[in-house]
Design a protein around this ligand. Structure first.
Ligand SMILES: Cc1ncc(COP(=O)(O)O)c(C=O)c1O
Length: 480
């Protein structure tokens, strides 16, 4: 029998993925002993592993999707003209049709879109509120010498609290911030879905209210739209009044409340590289164009080749296929249900692009600076060859003013599931690997930095394991 979510569907055909395999890629098979050697040689940093040392790669859902035959054939249509590329026109049409924004600047990926937008709108000393900044967004706000503020609702800060839209922004807190600091707020952002607290969606009602408040204060609202389609699917599933609304209309309504968006197309663009920043207002687009040209490239290619733009134009339309989104969110839910049945603490409810293990509760004897999510990621790799990503203290980095760790509200391990890549059986392997780590959780070591880079440290840092010390000698910041 299929899992609970699928069993609810009356049409058996809806139990299966709405695509079949045309090409396969061999998965590297390794032994436990080899994996222990590989991760030690990588300085206990999963980002430093070679991909051929990893069997099931859940490090990220970013840029890891399998493209469709439609996208692969669109690649061949790429127009590589420097100026006025036909492929740019097709991308522009797709962005206008799917998202409703008439002006678009292609960029090489999402953080480049942030760079262009923030150079346009953010001045040193200003504030940028977001439901929860993704790490590159936060780093780019800091890069403009401005201050990122997270205003997610209290439920969104507690992994265990059930709420259908834990990505929502606290509208009263936004109102209070704008009352106090109005002129100093550069723009408001909403990340849909909210990556850092579990791929949790933002409701339409919340987007509407945030937009109303931002407009009243004359501050632009931009969506970080990396996972706009998954967010729209959750609105359809969970928000009263949207069950019978077509997904394309839900997306247009979401975007209709915003002045534009940044997009990492490596997620819901279903491509392996790409991004853009899109605008409703021509004047803002013109201002941003200067930075697009300076940092990315001419207006009609930005950081992308013509063929990249073709694949992205196709991906933006494909991602709104309801059968695809049912299969996509269904697979994530399948893994979530297996782990939940084992009693493993998870971010609840399940989010859109992965399962988030509550590492703080998995390892309640760890403190934040023992790096519980990191310890879990190393253990899961050693156990089952599965690579996952810490979303906790290591990723959060240091406060640039105090130099202290910027302790996050949650210590998580993210099992991000690439789109259209792995099967249900692969999910079984992940669940079994984590079950075995759960059984020996009291033996896991903490990790300490050997090399700590100053910016986006998680990518290149190296670590050493260290047995957990006696509670009294540990930091005063419990992670659980
Ligand atoms: C919500 C969100 N915004 C922005 C980004 C940055 O995008 P990119 O990795 O394409 O630079 C990411 C990447 O994971 C993300 O999840």
């Amino acid at each position: 029998m299929p899992h609970r979510g699928l069993a609810e569907l009356s049409e058996p055909l809806a139990w299966a993925e709405p695509y079949r395999t045309k090409m396969v890629e061999a998965i590297p098979m390794t032994t436990r002993e080899e994996r222990k050697r590989f991760i030690a040689a990588a300085g206990y940093n999963p980002f430093r592993l070679r991909a051929d040392q990893v069997s099931i790669d859940l490090l990220t859902d970013s840029g890891t999707a399998a493209m469709s035959d439609t996208q692969w054939s669109a690649l061949m249509q790429g127009d590589e003209s420097y100026a006025g590329s036909r492929s740019f026109a097709r991308l522009q049409e797709a962005v206008a049709e799917v998202l409703g924004f008439p002006y678009v600047l292609p960029t090489h990926q999402g953080r480049a879109a942030e760079n262009v937008l923030f150079h346009t709108l953010v001045q040193p000393g200003q504030i940028v509120p977001n439901n929860m900044h993704f790490d590159t967004t936060k780093a780019h706000v800091h890069n403009r010498r401005a201050r990122p503020v997270n205003l997610v609702i209290p439920e969104g800060r507690d992994p265990q609290k059930p709420h259908p839209f834990k990505g929502n922004m606290d509208v009263d807190a936004l109102e209070a911030l704008l009352e106090k600091e109005g002129a100093n707020v550069a723009l408001v952002m909403l990340t849909v879905t909210c990556n850092n607290n579990g791929g949790q969606p933002v409701s339409m009602e919340n987007i509407r209210s945030v937009s109303r408040v931002a407009r009243r204060h004359g501050v632009p609202l931009f969506l970080d739209a990396a996972r706009f389609a998954e967010n729209a699917y959750f609105i359809k599933q969970r928000e009263p009044g949207y069950r019978d609304v077509p997904l394309c209309d839900i997306v247009r309504e979401m975007m209709g409340y915003a002045d534009g968006c940044t997009m990492s197309a490596k997620k819901d663009g279903l491509v392996n590289i790409g991004g853009f920043v899109a605008f409703r207002d021509e004047e803002l687009y013109r201002r941003a164009s200067q930075f697009g040209i300076l940092y990315e490239g001419f207006l009609t290619y930005g950081g992308l080749s013509g063929r990249d733009m073709e694949a992205l134009a196709a991906g933006l339309r494909e991602v709104l296929d309801e059968h695809y989104l049912a299969a996509r969110t269904g697979q994530v839910r399948y893994l979530w249900e297996q782990l939940d049945a084992l009693g493993i603490p998870l971010v609840t409810p399940v989010g859109g692009h992965g399962v988030y293990v509550d590492a703080g509760r998995f390892l309640p004897h760890f403190r934040h600076d023992d790096f519980p999510g990191w310890a879990l990621s190393v253990a899961l790799y050693e156990e089952a060859g599965v690579r996952a990503c810490e979303i906790g203290t290591v990723l959060a980095g240091r406060n640039p003013e105090t130099g202290e760790h910027d302790y996050p509200e949650q210590e998580l391990l993210r099992l991000a599931i690439p789109r259209r890549v792995y099967s249900y059986r692969h999910m079984d392997v992940v669940a079994e690997g984590l079950r075995r780590v759960w059984q020996r959780r009291e033996e896991l070591p903490a990790y300490r930095f050997v090399y700590e880079p100053p910016v986006l440290r998680h990518f290149t840092a190296t670590f050493a394991p260290e047995p957990i010390a006696a509670p009294a000698s540990r930091s005063t910041h419990p992670a659980g």
